[in-house]
Ligand binder design. Sequence first.
Ligand SMILES: Cc1cc2nc3c(=O)[nH]c(=O)nc-3n(C[C@H](O)[C@H](O)[C@H](O)COP(=O)(O)OP(=O)(O)OC[C@H]3O[C@@H](n4cnc5c(N)ncnc54)[C@H](O)[C@@H]3O)c2cc1C
Length: 383
Amino acid sequence: MDFAPDPDQRLLADNFHALGVTLNASDEHDRHGGTYFSRQKWRRCGDIGLLGLSLPERWGGLGLDSLSTAIAIEAFARGHEDLGLVFSACAHLFAGAMPIAAHGTDSVRDEVLPKLGSGEWIAANAITEAEAGSDVYAMRATAVRDGDRYVLDGVKSYVTNAPLADVFVVYASTDPRSGYLGISAFVVHRDTPGVTVGSPLPKTGLASSPLAPVYLDGVAVPVANRLGGEGDGRDVFTGSMEWERTCLFAAYVGAMDRQLGRTVAYTGERRQFRKPLARHQAVAHRLADMKLRLESARLLLYRACWARDQGTVRPLDVSLAKLGISEAATLNALDAVHLHGGAGIVEGSGVERAIADAVPAALFSGTSEIHRDVIAAQLRHET
Ligand SMILES: Cc1cc2nc3c(=O)[nH]c(=O)nc-3n(C[C@H](O)[C@H](O)[C@H](O)COP(=O)(O)OP(=O)(O)OC[C@H]3O[C@@H](n4cnc5c(N)ncnc54)[C@H](O)[C@@H]3O)c2cc1C
């Protein structure tokens, strides 16, 4: 096992870090009151390849494997301050484009994927419902076959990118008696009659990433828009979550790296009691703890991605990476603010935002409790 980046990966990391830094200067915002990323900024993400990192080259992507994709995202987020944008880009790629690439019909893939990779369109993934969060397959949304189409009804509660999205990957039950075996996935265009996107939900953290409910009322979708076979929804979702639970969380590794660099610099410069803060042992130890969490998170990430690329990944590897990174992100954000003292809680300092950005990481893509359940189940299985 060798986790040293090869020359191509080093170049990729250098390029994406530089691109992330360059994009900091772009402060265009969208039509929803200036909070969310703009279409122009999104298009620039498409131009630089961020929106198609793992997408096969056939549809305009870079066709990278998991480890290279994670390295690029980590480097981009190390350079780019707006984690909400990176989160939206990753949700679009891993939970929107990748399941379509893996399971879509040729006509849908050829129509949708080049537009997703280039940034012409925005994708969203709609599975969670009010009564089906962690227990996601308890969903009530239905898809009823009617000749050469399905008719979808239901309400999806938290859909990242929904306010701006052009296309949704929607999960609904085609056989409510069969539980998770009765779930199917569909590509639904925003302009299909019966699709309504609710008002964006004001939220804590990842501020530039919009989140909203999506209402489906008699939405007719061609059979060709089904991803995989009827009842394959669980496999489609599991595959997309494997991408998301590894490569999306590379963004948090990059953000933690940037934050640690900033905190080391600050504590090296600011003096109290006639010496730099970092020369006080309690401060130095906190910096050491931040470094330990960062490197542990990175190793878990690289190992899970490497195993995916070898075809040997286990749910255990993915859950350990997701859990380890998300919990490290929150603890490091708290430490960074603490070590900046009063300066750390001033809005606009960039330090305070990390806490709000880190907290949701322990919720989306499966909460920490759900991942601990997966890990514990694997331990039982191994003994
Ligand atoms: C920023 C953000 C973006 C999101 N984007 C999307 C998106 O694009 N598409 C989408 O479909 N969804 C999205 N979600 C929804 C997300 O997947 C859910 O929030 C998540 O699955 C948890 O569901 P819930 O919010 O209903 O919480 P619940 O399931 O109600 O959980 C509440 C608490 O109870 C705990 N809990 C639940 N069950 C158990 C159990 N069996 N054992 C122990 N503890 C348990 C949880 O761990 C949690 O702490 C997003 C969420 C966030 C925060």
